[in-house]
Design a protein around this ligand. Structure first.
Ligand code: 5AD
Ligand code: SF4
Length: 467
């Protein structure tokens, strides 16, 4: 999707090398000691993009501030997946405006998926004139240049270069134990309700040699777990001639010997037998699969453009569970898609009960501007949709508790990643199946994989004691 030519917006495309050549940025003194506040909404992809943003602004002198108050630069990394994401952004902008009345030099910067939407850009440029910089998901690496231009009193810049895969990017990672690794950007699936193919662009896989190099470096730096990241990870490589398939990539990553490997998100349509075999055959590929269902009704799935029927999804589920009985399977479900009847919804409940998901992210359908589903006739009231969500959540939560209760008395391996917020003497971490565990008696185990005996199950977490 191309942005309209807005105001005096300049469309440029510079590489990282070029901005690093700008002496004024390179010596890091222009912004030395200035403070930035970064707020991130949305999925893991955005969280990982924020790790890149942190590195970029810190490399030109900024230091991070915990609060917006007193900051010289505010960056909002936005999400566009549902309507409430818009509300969050506009609420946040109100706070920014208030800060700008106190500090006229405050630089306000909007980026992420919403910034890639033309309608949102137009609105910001027209109504939110106190916003200084807007850049999309394809142009994060341009931020130092945009800040430099801002210092030179250039007006708002809107960038819209699609289709690039940038390499050699440095991240300031949130954790020194677990790391995200992008393997692909964008998505070609165009599910009819989804804004992602428009905000993140078409699918672009990174070269496997680069991915493997990045993971080797992370292992050498002591990382214990990596998560391969993409909107549709198991379509990896299909856009590059001669590239590895996702299952072959998994095996090569496994060969590197990092302790734990995860991946999100898989599309049922691209889930191959080789992938199941790879997960089953390697101890360091975690038996945890996020497999979005979206709906249990084949009729609705067709309207959603999901490319599978209820029966095909259930057959895949059975195949995975037969080969990997311990696999934890989680999902995403949308209720209230246009035209969804009570009978369709009952089919969703039926699939949920059959699959006994370890957990599920559930949403009410939110029409996104420019997507095909936005234009579909929809007679179901919001009240009815919310009622369906409530009924679905009751089933989902009961099943999560049921699965968690099976852990009580068992000993599991937990990668401890930090202090728990459930008490000073507790640390926390995840099981191989991605269950959050709060552990007592393991204060010295941060960064280690330890054996934990599970003593108590809750709907969303487990409690345990170090063995
Ligand atoms: N409305 C509601 N939920 C949505 N999702 C994506 N687009 C929409 C939308 N328009 C959900 C899907 C997806 C998850 C990340 O967000 O379930 O898997
Ligand atoms: Fe959106 Fe569908 Fe792509 Fe997932 S697979 S990002 S739901 S278009």
């Amino acid at each position: 999707m191309k942005l309209p030519n807005l105001l005096d917006a300049k469309i440029r495309n510079r590489s990282k090398v070029e901005y690093l050549e700008a002496e004024v940025l390179k010596d890091g003194s222009l912004f030395k000691g200035k403070r930035y506040f970064l707020k991130t909404y949305g999925c893991q992809m955005n969280v990982h993009d924020s790790e890149l943003i942190r590195n970029l602004v810190e490399s030109i002198g900024f230091i991070e501030s915990e609060t917006m108050e007193g900051a010289d630069l505010v960056i909002l990394n936005t999400c566009a997946i549902r309507e409430n994401a818009h509300d969050k952004m506009y609420g946040f902008l109100g706070r920014c405006k208030h800060e700008k009345t106190k500090n006229r030099n405050l630089i306000i910067c909007i980026c992420g998926c919403m910034a890639q939407e033309p309608s949102v850009c137009e609105e910001i440029l027209e109504k939110y004139k106190y916003v200084d910089i807007v850049f999309g998901t394809h142009n994060i690496h341009e931020l130092p240049n945009l800040l430099l231009n801002r210092m030179n009193k250039t007006d708002i810049e809107v960038e819209s270069i699609e289709g690039n895969v940038y390499e050699n990017l440095d991240y300031k990672r949130d954790s020194s134990i677990e790391a995200w690794v992008n393997i692909m950007y964008g998505c070609d699936k165009f599910c009819t309700y989804c804004i992602v193919p428009y905000t993140r662009g078409k699918q672009r896989s990174r070269k496997s040699s680069r991915i493997l190099q990045e993971i080797k470096e992370l292992k050498d730096r002591g990382y214990k777990e990596i998560t391969l990241l993409g909107q549709n990870v198991n379509a990896y490589g299909k856009d590059l001639e001669g590239e590895l398939s996702f299952s072959d990539l998994l095996l090569k990553v496994s060969d590197i010997g990092i302790e734990r490997i995860r991946f999100v998100t898989s599309h049922p349509w691209d889930f191959s037998d080789e992938m199941i075999e790879a997960i089953a055959s390697r101890d360091n590929i975690m038996p945890y699969i996020h497999l979005p269902l979206q709906s249990g009704s084949s009729r609705i799935l067709k309207l959603m453009g999901r490319r599978y029927t209820k029966e095909e999804y259930l057959a895949l589920y059975d195949k995975i569970k037969t080969r990997i009985p311990d696999a934890a399977i989680t999902t995403d479900i949308i209720v209230g898609f246009p035209g969804e009847t009570e009978e369709d919804f009952q089919e969703t409940l039926e699939v949920v009960k059959k699959c006994k998901y370890d957990s599920a992210f559930t949403f009410v359908f939110s029409p996104r501007v420019g997507t095909p589903a936005e234009k579909l006739p929809d007679e179901t009231t919001l009240k009815e949709k919310e009622d369906r969500l409530h009924r679905l959540n009751e089933v989902v939560n009961a099943l999560s508790l049921e699965t968690n209760e099976k852990y009580v008395g068992k000993t599991v391996k937990v990668l401890i990643n930090g202090q728990s917020d459930k008490g000073e003497n507790k640390v926390c971490g995840y099981t191989e199946s991605m269950k959050l565990v709060n552990v007592v008696g393991a204060e010295d185990s941060i960064g280690k994989i330890i054996e934990v005996e599970i003593t108590e199950a809750k709907s969303f977490s487990l409690n345990g004691v170090k063995k």
